[in-house]
Design a protein around this ligand. Structure first.
Ligand code: DGY
Length: 448
């Protein structure tokens, strides 16, 4: 299905979006650097240009704030036609901010996991001395500082589970997960702004106006609090703990711990985070009656009773017990009313269960299939031995990109592409998935 031309096309997308310093998520819709995009992009780049992959990681870490946060949007090349522009965040005079203009939010911290994967995937090459030098270039202490910031500056209740202060921090901006929390907010005295995201993408594939107004309102709330962490935790009207974010952080803590051991660094602090998350995770997120994980609204002090595909993320982190994993798969993954292909969808995995009232198959995070979610979920399924299910997710992901090119997201009903075109992480993770498939096939041949 995927020939060498297709691999060349995936690489060409990454080259197209390469500014020389960082890789844009897509040429026009997202013309700056995004945090978890760059991490996934580095994983794809590592398949054919290892030095460039490490440079992508360094470019991201260069924007780290003095207090440890790694921001979600970084503007190394200044403003563009993207809204919000760098000055909208009002971070330029903050002592805790970094040297490069950036947003004042963060994003799912997948970077340590990606750094470790790149190293493991390229063990053979790392014996080469030039690459050994590059290997030393990822900054362990910077990754550690970011994780520490997440577990402390964003800890509202002593659990160490980070709180998100804006839907953009989840990466799943307009997911129905946030509908109730956003409904409770009345945007008052909105600063003047003009949306730009519907210039390049159809409006019905983007967040609705009321959501967008609340996104802007929340930025304004953060600005008025000077982005001071304690004040944000106390006063931001949006405050949630998210299953996807916390799972990615736990997995990243595991990977950071492995990196620390390799470097001979003390692991006690990381061991503490790992133990604390394990201790609290089920009590906070697991809904035993429904057999799935639910997000938690810290402001409302109640679970968010929406079934989104983030519910599978604890598999990626090894946080589910075998029984919980079996229930997630049998009752949800394989359920054609929720995530499995059936009469009303053809591809794994809609971002929101199809029987949720907020499901909308073409609207951004309300239902479309995202390649990076598929990759996270496939990795998680594999970790628990659900090989057939993981293979089905990879198969569908590769079918989507093969049929409809590297789009930002896909309509699960017919696979048609939505959102931005020439989307970097769809290309990068395609390269990663093909490489993993080839590796698995070679291993099987060797065993035969
Ligand atoms: C956007 O502009 O839609 C981005 O997702 C914000 O991170």
């Amino acid at each position: 299905m995927l020939d060498d031309n297709f691999i060349a096309r995936a690489r060409a997308v990454l080259r197209l979006n390469d500014t020389g310093e960082f890789t844009k998520p897509s040429p026009r819709q997202y013309p700056h650097q995004w945090n978890w995009d760059s991490a996934f992009i580095a994983l794809g780049l590592a398949q054919f240009d290892l030095p460039r992959a490490f440079a992508e990681v360094r470019a991201l870490l260069r924007a780290q704030w003095r207090d440890g946060m790694v921001p979600h949007i970084i503007y190394p090349t200044g403003a563009s036609d993207y809204f919000p522009p760098p000055e909208f965040w009002q971070t330029e005079n903050l002592a805790r901010a970094g040297d490069i203009p950036s947003s004042a939010l963060t994003q799912p911290p997948i970077l340590s996991t990606i750094v470790r994967m790149i190293q493991n995937n390229s063990q053979f090459a790392i014996h080469n001395s030039e690459l050994r030098t590059l290997r030393a270039n990822y900054e362990f202490s910077q990754l550690l500082a970011w994780h520490r910031w997440l577990h402390t500056a964003r800890d509202a209740d002593g659990t160490g589970l980070p709180c998100l202060i804006h839907p953009w921090e989840s990466g799943m901006d307009n997911s129905p997960l946030w509908a109730d929390a956003l409904d409770r907010i009345t945007p008052e005295n909105l600063p003047p702004f003009q949306r730009r995201d519907t210039i390049h993408v159809a409006a019905d594939e983007r967040p609705r106006a009321p959501d967008y107004e609340r996104f802007v309102y929340l930025i304004d709330c953060g600005r008025r609090l000077h982005w001071e962490p304690r004040a944000l935790l106390e006063q931001m009207p949006f405050l949630v703990q998210d299953v996807l974010f916390c799972s990615i952080l736990h997995r990243a803590d595991e990977d950071l711990c492995a990196l620390a051991r390799e470097l001979g660094e003390d692991t006690r602090e990381i061991d503490g985070w790992l133990a604390r998350t394990r201790e609290i995770f089920d009590a906070r997120f697991w809904d035993d009656a429904r057999g799935l994980y639910l997000d938690y609204d810290v402001r409302a002090q109640s679970p968010i009773r929406v079934n989104a595909n983030a519910t599978f993320a604890p598999l990626f982190a090894g946080l589910a017990s075998p029984d919980q994993a079996a229930r997630l798969v049998a009752e949800h993954f394989e359920n054609p009313r929720e995530y499995a292909p059936g009469a009303d969808s053809k591809f794994y995995l809609p971002s929101v269960a199809k029987n949720e009232p907020g499901y909308a198959p073409r609207r951004y995070w309300c239902g479309p299939v995202w390649i990076q979610m598929n990759w996270i979920i496939a990795e998680g399924l594999r970790r628990y031995g659900f090989i057939k299910q993981a293979d089905a997710v990879v198969h569908d992901s590769l079918a989507l990109v093969a049929q409809n090119d590297f789009r930002e997201y896909y309509d699960p009903r017919d696979g048609s592409g939505c959102g931005a075109v020439d989307f970097s992480w769809s290309a990068a993770l395609t390269l990663e998935m093909i490489a993993s498939e080839n590796l698995a096939a070679n291993d099987a041949n060797e065993r035969a």
